[in-house]
Design a protein around this ligand. Structure first.
Ligand code: KIV
Ligand code: ZN
Length: 557
């Protein structure tokens, strides 16, 4: 999407030009001599700004390595989101590299990097998004509420206005597309917030975002705040008004939708609603609410590819290691499952009796031809591409190796099996540990014992341990090899598909001594092996997270 396409404005009180029938604006006669407002007079398009890779990744245990981030970013591009906030470049070398690589390799959406209102942050964000050219955005933020001003920043209102003006101006000197966020906006005095918004636009912000940072807002109030700002700040005719809601009271989606009704035209959030604490606004819910209720939202629309929603949710879940609840709206396993006889009967007679959305519209259904052990590398690769995985040859080779192993044990290899295998391969960067061999003895009258062999690059490392059970013994052997002492805090095993030969997928969370919960996932037809794979995955993620933490701790936000 071109930069100018994003800056089509929701309201134009002066031009009075009518909407096209679809609610979209035909951007004809675009001229560099006209203002953005003149080029794009009115739009009812809601810009979808995805921050899964920035705010979403701040969720405990959700750290992703570069390859995982790339998979998410590519899938977000396929889903046609408008903006990808790819990270916070100054925070660590890994974040910088991720934003830079996404800006280089992911085409379509605007690529955004976050920055505090500090020159070093803004310069780092500008350098990281540079490969995206005109599609690059710098997102600058500074807290504005009295509690943040007094206790965190120890700065008066005037100083906040000066700092944000300088920050936005600096960003505008480096990028054409600049977003400003007054952090904790929903708890900021409204008249001061209006001043802040005015100052940010005057300094050159092209989007002004209103975050409900701590999830404090109520839908009616938040909608009123958005209307108030639109009424007070006429300069908002020349900028996109955005919202960014957190889910501490379970109201992030409701608040975002209230804001859209009141005139916001960018919604920030994440797929599956992942994010700091209770999470961010679940984008799939906003997208489908707007689509499903034209009686409420009129011509308001998004340009997200709805049929990619489920796939995007699954990629985010697999790459972040964060499980989606069965009852989660739109993308949960039960979202379209009807178990009661009355409902099933109604659905058979007319789907709309109990379904307000067509599940196919969000990516459910479709016939799946399972692979078997006779399927070749080409068929498997084609299936991976269909599932949205874009893997380098080296990883295809390791997925194929596991596919053959599983194919020998299982009659059919389904899409979900394959996705679980990919995740195993993806979470094995060169320097990380991989499981080479495991042997366990266990039973009612023996002491459970495990021997584990891991590979790390060229090295092969082996050790044995006893434990309270076979899984515990395997994990203790891995601890001995990797010189760690992980505490298992959560452990879940699920069958990926049906039948006795189903792949078992283990998801666990472990604490490696620093209080952080690290997620690990592993899959196999043998649950002990799946557990060992999941634990090795957690150890690898712990290393990644430790490197990042050391750098992040070097500065405060
Ligand atoms: O929640 C928040 O306030 C944020 C800002 C950086 C936009 O994430
Ligand atoms: Zn946030």
């Amino acid at each position: 999407m071109a930069w100018a396409d994003l800056h089509s404005f929701p309201f134009n009180r002066s031009s009075g030009r009518a909407l096209c029938g679809s609610g979209r604006v035909a951007a004809t006669n675009i001229s560099p001599h006209k203002s953005i407002k003149e080029n794009y007079p009115m739009s009812d398009k809601v810009i979808i700004f995805d921050t899964t890779l920035r705010d979403g990744e701040q969720c405990p245990g959700a750290s992703m390595n570069l390859r995982e981030k790339m998979e998410v970013a590519r899938q977000l591009a396929r889903a046609n989101v408008d903006v990808i906030e790819a990270g916070f470049p100054v925070i660590s070398d890994g974040d910088f590299e991720a934003v830079h690589t996404i800006a280089t390799e992911v085409h379509g959406p605007v690529i955004c990097g976050l920055a505090r209102c500090v020159p070093g942050d803004i310069d780092a964000a500008a350098a990281a998004i540079q490969p995206a050219g005109e599609r690059g955005r710098i997102h600058v933020f500074l807290a504005t509420s009295s509690i943040h001003r007094e206790f965190k920043l120890k700065k008066a209102r005037e100083e906040i206005l000066r700092l944000l003006t300088e920050g936005v101006q600096r960003a505008r000197g480096l990028a054409r597309d600049v977003e400003f966020s007054p952090e904790d906006a929903s708890r900021t005095e409204p008249e001061f917030l209006a001043e802040v918004v005015r100052a940010a636009i005057e300094a050159g912000a092209t989007t002004v975002n209103i975050p409900d940072t701590v999830g404090y807002a109520m839908p009616e109030q938040f909608g009123e705040l958005i209307s108030y700002l639109r009424g007070q700040v006429s300069a908002l005719d020349d900028a996109v008004l955005s919202v960014h809601c957190h889910d501490d009271l379970g109201l992030a989606v409701a608040n975002s939708l209230a804001a859209v009704r009141a005139g916001a035209r960018q919604v920030e959030g994440t797929f599956n609603g992942i994010g700091e604490r209770a999470g961010n606004c679940a984008l799939e819910e906003v997208i489908m609410a707007v689509k499903t209720r034209p009686d409420v939202y009129g011509h308001i629309h998004t340009t997200v590819a709805h049929r990619e929603i489920l796939k995007t949710s699954r990629v985010v879940s697999r790459m972040s290691g964060l499980h989606v609840a069965r009852s989660k709206a739109i993308v949960g396993e039960n979202a379209f499952a009807h178990s009661s006889g009355i409902h099933q009967d109604g659905i058979l007679k007319k789907r709309e009796t109990y379904e307000i959305m067509d599940p196919v519209e969000v990516g459910w259904g479709g016939t799946e031809l399972p692979l078997t052990k006779h399927s070749g590398r080409h068929a498997m690769t084609a299936r991976l591409v269909h599932l949205g995985f874009d893997l380098p040859d080296s990883q295809i080779a390791s997925v194929f190796e596991r596919f053959k192993e599983i194919g020998d044990k299982k009659k059919f290899v389904y899409d979900d099996d394959l996705a679980a295998l990919v995740e195993d391969a993806m979470s094995s960067p060169e320097e990380a540990y991989t499981l080479d061999y495991i042997h366990v003895t266990s039973g009612t009258a023996t002491i459970p014992t495990a021997t584990v062999r891991l590979r790390r690059g060229e090295k092969t490392l082996q050790d044995s341990s006893t434990g309270n059970g076979a899984v515990d013994a395997a994990m203790q052997a891995i601890d001995r090899i990797t010189r760690r002492n992980g505490q298992l805090c959560e452990y879940r095993v699920e069958a990926v598909t049906q039948g006795r030969d189903a792949l078992g997928e283990v998801t666990l969370k472990a604490n490696f001594g620093d209080g952080q919960l690290i997620t690990g996932k592993g899959a196999s037809t043998d649950v002990i092996e799946a557990s060992a794979r999941a634990y090795v995955n957690a150890v690898n993620r712990a290393e990644l997270s430790l490197n990042r933490k050391t750098q992040v701790e070097a500065f405060s936000i």
